[in-house]
Design a binder for this molecule. Structure first.
Ligand code: NDP
Length: 384
């Protein structure tokens, strides 16, 4: 039976991994919407290859170029933030929400409101708007499946078990490219070094988040919203091999873990085929070749981001959205060569220490909190 799919963020790392799986199973899927921000050549090529109904660019100024690139092939071209939401609102059996950053919030919400399966990669959505999003999932009868490898692992380990019987959920972290670097080395780390992740091939922003460990901090908050066990039952452990993608411990002392290759096509496939399974091109896990799996407690002196995220999660209200927005601005400034690597966490902590706005109750509230925190972070970094 053919199912319909939309991929928001189709030209990104998760988007392309998703379309690689669709490409291998073309007769099982019909593509509704593909979106990007400004990568017109790639979006147009993908839209034509997959015969999408509509191709959308977030950057409205790219619409003429998109129309030119699509020619007369009958694919609708649209642009702008409202068009991203309209594309998501067309509804599909499965929507893969893989836009990076806060720009993904409103389109993800538009997909949730259609009540289908939303395979969520955009972690900023649950971090900034966790309460609003999870309430909308219930209200609209949508199914939220986590794409992020750690949450997907936890989701798999919870199948067939009762959440009340979980004693602890442990998110694994690779530790990133700077795991063994001294403070002095971290102070001098460059964007090129930060985006070179040892195990995963990912977009620039999440790669920097992995290097600071903010990625794990964001995942901690995400896990809190996805798996209602309470913050005190969530843990983080460093596992450099990225083979164990996360673990769930139960009250009887049993720990279930999901293992697999460091390839996002595995968790994406688990969402696309859920509740069944599908083939992927990923080779089997060769544990004998890997030989050794190691685990370490996180070092929050050198990598304070996980502490900041935990504190923001405990504070609740607007704090996680402020953390996320300040981090996005600081990471962008680091990638642009404007600030040093260790300044990212310092800037986030400074913004979080200021008066926080009231807890957001709607998506618009979240976006207002996000906007203000971005302005504050930008001002702080300009003055630095
Ligand atoms: P990429 O940077 O590789 O891709 C981002 C995608 O979003 C691109 O299609 C990009 O379009 C689009 N985009 C960027 N800005 C906007 C905007 N303002 N409006 C509309 N579209 C926009 O990111 P990743 O694929 O690495 O990550 C996507 C999300 O998934 C992130 O939230 C990340 O944290 C999460 N994630 C990623 C994982 C990974 O392995 N990569 C693992 C787990 C979660 P364009 O190409 O035109 O710029």
């Amino acid at each position: 039976m053919t199912r319909t799919i939309s991929v928001l963020g189709a030209t990104g790392s998760v988007g392309k991994s998703t379309l690689d799986l669709i490409r291998r199973n073309r007769d099982e899927w019909r593509v509704v919407a593909l979106t990007a921000n400004c990568n017109v050549p790639e979006l147009a090529a993908l839209a034509q290859e997959f015969g999408a109904e509509v191709a959308v660019v977030g950057d409205e100024s790219c619409v003429p170029a998109l129309r030119d690139a699509l020619g007369n092939c009958g694919i609708e071209a649209m642009g702008g933030a409202a068009a991203l939401c309209a594309a998501a609102a067309r509804g599909a059996d499965v929507t893969v929400a893989a836009i990076v950053g806060c720009a993904g919030l409103a389109p993800t919400m538009a997909a949730i409101e259609q009540g289908g399966i939303v395979a969520l990669a955009n972690k900023e959505a649950l971090v900034s708007a966790g309460d609003v999003m999870t309430a909308a999932v219930v209200r609209h009868g949508a199914t939220l499946l986590p794409v992020d490898s750690e949450h997907n692992a936890i989701f798999q380990c919870l199948q067939g078990n009762r959440i009340e019987e979980v004693s602890c959920i442990t998110l694994t972290a690779s530790g990133g490219p700077f795991r063994e670097w001294s403070q002095a080395q971290l102070d001098a780390a460059t964007p090129a070094q930060a985006v070179r992740h040892p195990n995963w091939d990912m977009g620039a922003k999440i790669s920097v988040d992995s290097a600071t460990m903010m990625n794990k901090g964001l995942e901690f908050i995400e896990a809190f919203h996805l798996f209602p066990v309470g913050l005190e039952k969530l843990r983080i452990i460093v596992h450099p091999q990225s083979v164990v993608h996360s673990m769930v411990e139960y009250r009887d002392g049993s720990t279930l873990a999901q293992l697999g290759p460091s390839d996002m096509r595995v968790p994406i496939a688990s969402c696309l085929a859920w509740p069944a399974r599908m083939d992927t091109p990923c080779g089997p896990l060769d544990l004998a070749a890997i030989g050794k799996l190691s685990f370490f407690a996180p070092d929050e002196e050198r990598f304070p981001a996980t502490r900041l995220a935990r504190e923001a999660a405990h504070a609740g209200g607007a704090a996680p959205a402020v953390l996320n927005a300040a981090n996005e601005i600081a990471v962008a400034a680091f990638l642009a060569g404007q600030i040093g690597f260790t300044r990212i966490a310092i800037a986030v902590e400074e913004i979080l220490s200021r008066d926080l706005p009231p807890a957001p109750a709607t998506l618009d509230d979240v976006l207002a909190v996000d906007c203000e925190a971005r302005a504050r972070a930008a001002e702080l970094l300009e003055c630095a």
